[in-house]
Design a protein around this ligand. Structure first.
Ligand SMILES: [Zn+2]
Length: 450
């Protein structure tokens, strides 16, 4: 790793503060949730085109990539930023119409990507590098508004709920070799690396009962709300069967119900994730969760529809990529400011899907304050969240693609990704999809199968 090259690229990033500060402010004020990030897309596009980039746009969804060719043969490195926000209605800077707020700091990732893009376009920036750098703005990292995404899926607009998985499916990674991104986190002038993160399946659950007069003839109704309550209790009762090492997290919410107080509720809808540290562990826990939900339906004589869709795969850090990332971070901020986390991350990200097929890294930077996804989250130290983040992206490009891509080639020669190709991975993901009518009954109301 050529530390002089890292320093010269860092100096170029320092000239991009105005651009990054403006971008952070603009995107923060226009938060948009997944597959709706049109304003963010347009802003990023305008800025990148001003720098001379040509974008390949996803078209019917937000998102893009733009290639920067060094003119010398070598691997393709993808540097990513996520375009979407979360929903946090109580955030003081939430969009009052939609509740969208950048309470996960993805707007800072976008600003840092612009800073890196501008620095890499400067004269001499690519000297000594080979291969290609693909700058990518990915939509829909946050896995929310599942009904909306299922609607897009049914219309044929998307195949997958997660933006990176969708981009894998669309072929935007077909000629890629290595993938890097940096998520904004707390602290100042530092980085942290985690050993890995959970993956998940996501679930839409519908209990259907029978409406009837709640006072006059409850005996003729079937209470879908009670069935849903029993389902939640049954899930709580099986939690002790989850092994600690599998890091299972199940957190269902009730999203809607139809009814009035004098009518037995006949429909309750729920959403949930089943998260875990490996795909087999997630599948095993999901089977138990579906059984618990079905048992609750059968107890009440209610009907139950479960729609399981692939969420995200667990993040698998490539050990050699991890080691190089740590060395780059130490070169930027000193070893004392690089925290090597021992604890497994129990949230999920679609960077997990990328890590199933590419040597990839998903570390965290600094500069934010407050709880991630909470109403007090904001960027308080732009120097860390933007300048340092952009320096990191450029430095990873220099470390991987400099010196004839020696480091990148070593990582690629020794990679052990869980799947050999994107197609192989996508067919494994497709096996997680299921649409279940979970309980059936005989004519006299006895449970026949569940
Ligand atoms: Zn995030």
């Amino acid at each position: 790793m050529n530390e002089e090259k890292l320093k010269s690229l860092s100096a170029l990033v320092e000239g991009q503060r105005d651009l990054m500060w403006d971008a952070e402010k603009t995107i923060w004020s226009h938060p948009e949730t997944g597959y709706k990030e049109w304003k963010t897309h347009a802003y990023m596009k305008a800025q990148l085109e001003k720098m001379g980039y040509t974008l390949v746009e996803a078209g019917n969804i937000p998102g893009f990539y733009a290639d920067l060719d060094t003119g010398r043969p070598g691997p393709t490195l993808v540097l990513m930023a996520e375009l979407d926000s979360v929903l946090c209605m109580s955030h003081p800077d939430a969009d009052p119409q939609t509740g969208a707020a950048h309470a996960c700091g993805h707007h800072a990732q976008c600003a840092a990507l612009l800073g890196a893009a501008a620095a890499l376009k400067a004269p001499g920036a690519l000297d000594g590098l080979c291969g290609r750098i693909r700058l990518m703005g990915v939509p829909a990292e946050e896995l929310l508004e599942l009904e909306y995404r299922e609607g897009l899926r049914k219309q044929g607009i998307i195949k997958y709920y997660g933006g990176k998985l969708e981009f894998l499916y669309r072929g935007y990674f077909d000629d890629a070799d290595l993938c890097v991104m940096l998520h904004t986190a707390g602290g100042k002038n530092g980085f942290w690396l985690s050993p890995g993160q959970n993956g998940c399946i996501n679930k839409q659950i519908v209990y259907r009962g029978l409406a009837s007069h709640a006072g006059g003839s409850p005996d003729r109704g079937i209470n879908a709300l009670y069935a849903a309550n029993l389902g939640l209790s049954a899930i709580n009762a099986i939690r002790e069967t989850f092994r600690d090492d599998d890091h299972i997290r199940v957190h269902p919410i009730i999203t809607g119900q139809v009814g009035a107080v004098n009518v037995i509720p006949d429909c309750v809808t729920m959403e949930s994730y089943v998260r875990g540290a490996s795909i087999p562990a997630i599948q095993a826990a999901n089977k138990k969760v579906n059984r618990a939900l079905a048992g609750a339906a059968a107890a009440m004589g209610a009907k139950l529809t479960v729609t399981d869709r692939p969420g995200y795969s667990p993040v698998v850090n490539d050990p050699n990529m991890y080691d190089l990332t740590r060395r780059v971070m130490c070169a930027l901020v000193g070893e004392e400011n690089v925290k090597v986390e021992k604890e497994w991350g129990t949230g999920c990200t679609d960077m997990g899907d990328i890590s199933c097929v590419f040597p990839a890294i998903h570390p965290s930077g600094s500069g934010a304050q407050g709880k991630g996804h909470g109403d007090d989250y904001r960027i308080v130290d732009k120097e860390s969240a933007l300048t340092l983040a952009a320096k990191f992206l450029c430095s990873m490009a220099a470390a991987l693609l400099g010196e004839d891509a020696k480091e990148a080639k070593y990582i690629l020669d020794n990679k052990h990704t869980p799947y050999a190709s994107i197609r192989e991975y996508l067919s494994a993901v497709d096996e997680l999809c299921q649409d279940l009518e979970a309980v059936s009954y005989t004519d006299d109301g006895a449970a026949l199968r569940f």
